[in-house]
Design a protein around this ligand. Structure first.
Ligand code: ZN
Length: 344
């Protein structure tokens, strides 16, 4: 079968297409899926580039997101059969530890992400535990399902389960580009919040408005965007800030928060080491709430909202599997708004 893989960290050129990768056999509790669509995430680029301490088993196949058709069913699997159209929850968990048993699969002691801690989705066939599946209605495409999975479960868990967004609250999303941020804009609107977005370019801000943002603020606003947010909210600040930028924006995000506000984070595109003025934290009764990925129940909830048309997966470009390196370059160059999908 075909697979895209790499043997060492490096630029997109390190990705290779092979045609003789062995087709995996489903173990007990697993199914084998004939992958029809795999979506890219920035995680794929970070894993390919590597970071201190990352441990991959080579050759490594990138990709967290996929959807396809069940092709074979392992021992003990009930409720699924060959031919079923399915989406895949990309959070890997043991299914047995205390966290898993209480429904917190993303806190599992053996937590992992497909494509980082295990071979990923850029390939014709993969095996996955049946507990990671969701059935796809006929009207939902494989591409939409793959494009939605990681970013929507991550944003839902951060904003709703952990962040507790409520109708009538104000939310600021820092950064208009990127899949998690555009999912966050949609989810905050769905939750009944007023959504502010800070972005670097007018194009990105226009796209944020298209996603439902109520107020958009250029990043280079004179006097600083956190001051602009403060003024726009009648010197109150916002109830929640979604900050996945980190180092470059944390101080501004804390300043933009109202008393009792919370900063929600699932990542840090500008750097992990943040400085914060502790006086802001205690003086304004702020909370910083982190999370990564989401439990399976959140995955099911958010995918059902996608299936009902309450949330939408925006697909910016489609590439064939063979062009995975071009697809990753396009992502690195920020050429597209919306998700990049490999179609198989
Ligand atoms: Zn577990």
């Amino acid at each position: 079968m075909r697979a895209i893989l790499f043997h060492e960290h490096g630029p997109a050129d390190t990705l290779q297409l092979v045609t003789d990768y062995p087709i995996p056999e489903p173990g007990p509790g697993e199914v084998r899926i004939n992958v029809k669509a795999a979506a890219l995430n920035y995680m794929d680029i970070w894993v390919r580039n590597g970071w201190p301490g990352i441990r991959l088993t080579y050759p490594h196949i990138p990709g967290a997101d996929a959807a396809g058709i069940i092709d074979a069913v392992g021992e003990g699997v009930t409720g699924w059969s060959a031919g079923d159209r399915v989406g895949i929850d990309p959070t890997l968990s043991c299914g047995e530890c205390a966290f898993c048993r209480s429904g917190w699969q993303n806190r599992c002691v053996r937590f992992g992400i497909l494509g980082e801690h295990a071979p990923g989705t850029y390939r014709d066939y993969l095996t996955i535990p049946a507990r990671n599946l969701i059935g796809l209605p006929e009207h939902v495409s494989f591409a939409e399902s793959a494009a939605a999975s990681l970013v929507f479960v991550t944003a839902w868990h951060s904003l709703i389960t952990r962040g507790g967004l409520r109708p009538g609250e104000t939310v600021l999303v820092v950064g208009a580009g990127g899949g998690v941020n555009s999912a966050s804009i949609q989810i905050a609107k769905l939750a009944g919040c007023t959504v502010y977005v800070v972005g670097s370019t007018e194009d990105k801000l226009a796209q944020a408005r298209e996603m439902g943002a109520d107020v958009t603020i250029p990043r280079d606003t004179e006097g600083g965007w956190s001051r602009a947010v403060y003024q726009l909210t009648a010197k109150r600040g916002v109830d929640a800030v979604v900050d996945n930028v980190g180092e470059a924006t944390y101080t501004h995000s804390l300043r933009a928060l109202a008393r009792g506000g919370r900063l929600l984070t699932v990542g840090n595109t500008s750097g992990a080491q943040v400085a914060l003025d502790n006086r802001l934290l205690f003086g304004k009764h702020l909370s910083i709430i982190g999370s990564t990925m989401g439990p399976h129940q959140d995955y099911v909830t958010v995918m059902n909202l996608l299936f009902k048309g309450r949330l939408r997966a925006v697909i910016g470009a489609r590439y064939p599997l063979e062009a995975a390196a071009d697809a990753q370059r396009a992502m690195e160059n920020g050429q597209h708004f919306g998700k990049i999908v490999l179609e198989l």
